[in-house]
Structure formats: structure tokens, C-alpha cells
Design a protein around this ligand. Structure first.
Ligand code: A2P
Length: 274
């Protein structure tokens, strides 16, 4: 090894101590989907308890005061490892480093999981609409492998809208994994429907989800009636603009927003992007 190649491009800078109050976990695997998206799995702290759909704060041990960002846990509450799905932003304070992690590297995680995209924040219903764009699919990757989701709802509709076809791959993978899962596979096969669409590349199904709800093409495609507050429930995860627009459509249909201490017909969470 020459002296110059000894300069590491790794995300790790081990001279910094691990801050107090955080877990230091090991990267188990990393998979890059596109030049904008990747997933990674880390070891799970034995003491961690969380509800499927919640998020945690993630950082790297590369500074005295590491930068932390909110990440939805994309694996279910019963899984032995933790999965995360992330965007890569060239100058993103965290993701410019995080996108370079390798198995064996250390990832920091603050101890308290939180969030509103949880089954507890919804009243029971017949159909649960999980509406996501981009990396907003992450909490639903957790919830579609959670047995309670299928006990609470007869039908689970996961919509995922991305700019192009390559960005839909993770959604196809997690739905296939849920249907093959020994714990929820039978229920997922019967009850889970996945609707992927693109907005900037030609594909079988095109258009923003807001348009598909407004013009009724989503319900036509599913063979389901339009939104009904008596039977339908919703969870929304995407950009701020997308949340605002989908929330307005749910409210127009007569659905009200819920929270952990006040379950109702739909809940909202921002997909946290650098
Ligand atoms: P569009 O291509 O028309 O902007 P991003 O990668 O920028 O987060 O976008 C993910 C997906 O979310 C894209 O398909 C994008 O469509 C869509 N999108 C962006 N803003 C909204 C919105 N306000 N309502 C619904 N979908 C949106």
C-alpha cells in the first residue's frame, strides 16, 4: 500500500469517542439500488424496543458532535437486525458519508424510537392505504411485515410513487419479502396490494398519487370504492408538499388526522431527507 492510498475514503473516523446516550452498532450489509438510493442493515441493540413504523436518529462516529438524522426503521419490530432505506445527497451533512458505509463499520443510533405511523394511532377499519413517495416507503417496509397490520385491516394497499422505474425496485423487493415471510406471508399474499407508479419515466402506471386519488383511477385499478371515512384508514409518508396534498384529499373525503394519544382515520409523517 502506498502512502497516498492509506488515506481512507471510509465513513469511519475512529479517533472520535462514542457520545453518551447512543447505541454504537455494526453495519451488517449495504445494498445500493440507484445512484440516489441505498439500504443498509445494522445489528440490533438487545435493549431496543420499538413499534413497527417508528423512526430513530442515526449518525456516524466521524466528529466530536456527530450529525444525526431521522430514519424510519424499515424492518419490523420483531426482526433481529435493523434495516434503513436512505437517499444519497452529495453534500448532505450525513448522507455524503453514510452512503460510503461498509459491513463492519459503526453506525450510531440515539436510544429513543418515536413516530406516528403506527397501528396504535389508527382506529380499526377495513382498508388501510399506505401512501408513499421516494424513501417515504421505509416505515411501510416495517409495517407490511408486522402481523398486527393484517389483524387490524382486511386489506392493505401500499402505494409508492417515484420519479423513475429504478426507484421502485426497493418496493418490489419488500413486498416480495413480506409475501415470502414465514410469519406474515400467508396474510400478505391475501391482503396486501402494491401499486407502484412513476412520474418522470414511462412505465405501466404513471402519475402522482394525488392525481390518481383525485381522478379515481387508483380505486378503479384496485376495484375498490372511493375513500370512505367509515371503512378506510390512511398513513402518509413523503415530502412536505406531498404530505400536505394527500392530507387535503383524505380530509376532503371526511377522514380526520390521528396521533398516538388520539387515534383517528389517518396519520402523517415526513420522509426525512437531507
Ligand atoms: P414529480 O416527479 O412530479 O415531482 P422526490 O424524489 O422529489 O421526493 O419525488 C418522489 C415522487 O413524489 C415523485 O414521483 C414526485 O413527482 C412525487 N411528488 C412530489 N411532490 C408531490 C406532491 N406534492 N404530491 C404528490 N406527489 C408528489
Amino acid at each position: 500500500m502506498t502512502e497516498t492510498s492509506a488515506v481512507s475514503d471510509s465513513a469511519q473516523e475512529t479517533e472520535f469517542p462514542i457520545p453518551s446516550g447512543v447505541y454504537a452498532e455494526k453495519v451488517v450489509s449495504v445494498e445500493h439500488y440507484t445512484d440516489r438510493l441505498f439500504k443498509f442493515r445494522i445489528t440490533r441493540p438487545a435493549a431496543l424496543r420499538f413499534r413497527s413504523g417508528e423512526f430513530v436518529m442515526i449518525g456516524l462516529p466521524n466528529a466530536e458532535k456527530p450529525v444525526f438524522r431521522a430514519y424510519s426503521v424499515a424492518s419490523p419490530s420483531w426482526d433481529e437486525e435493523l434495516e434503513f432505506y436512505s437517499i444519497k445527497v452529495e453534500d448532505g451533512p450525513l448522507t455524503q458519508h453514510l452512503q460510503k458505509i461498509k459491513p463492519g463499520d459503526t453506525v450510531l443510533m440515539r436510544k429513543k424510537p418515536v413516530g406516528t405511523l403506527v397501528n396504535d394511532a389508527l382506529i380499526s377499519g377495513k382498508t388501510l392505504y399506505m401512501i408513499s413517495t421516494g424513501t417515504g416507503i421505509a416505515p411501510f417496509a416495517s409495517l407490511i411485515r408486522e402481523p398486527e397490520t393484517y389483524e387490524k385491516f382486511d386489506k392493505v394497499v401500499l402505494t409508492h410513487t417515484c420519479r423513475d422505474v429504478g426507484e421502485l425496485t426497493y418496493g418490489h423487493d419488500i413486498v416480495a419479502a413480506a409475501k415470502a415471510d414465514p410469519l406474515v406471508g400467508e396474510e400478505a399474499t391475501k391482503q396486501l396490494v402494491h401499486v407502484g407508479s412513476t412520474t418522470r419515466e414511462t412505465s405501466d402506471r404513471m402519475g402522482r398519487i394525488t392525481k390518481q386519488i383525485e381522478d379515481g383511477s387508483l380505486f378503479e385499478h384496485l376495484g375498490l370504492p372511493p375513500l370512505n371515512p367509515e371503512t378506510d384508514r390512511g398513513m402518509i409518508c413523503g415530502s412536505m408538499e406531498m404530505l400536505k396534498d394527500v392530507k387535503a384529499l383524505f380530509e376532503k373525503a371526511g377522514m380526520t388526522e390521528g396521533a398516538n394519544n388520539r387515534p383517528a382515520e389517518f396519520v402523517v409523517e415526513r420522509a426525512f431527507v437531507d
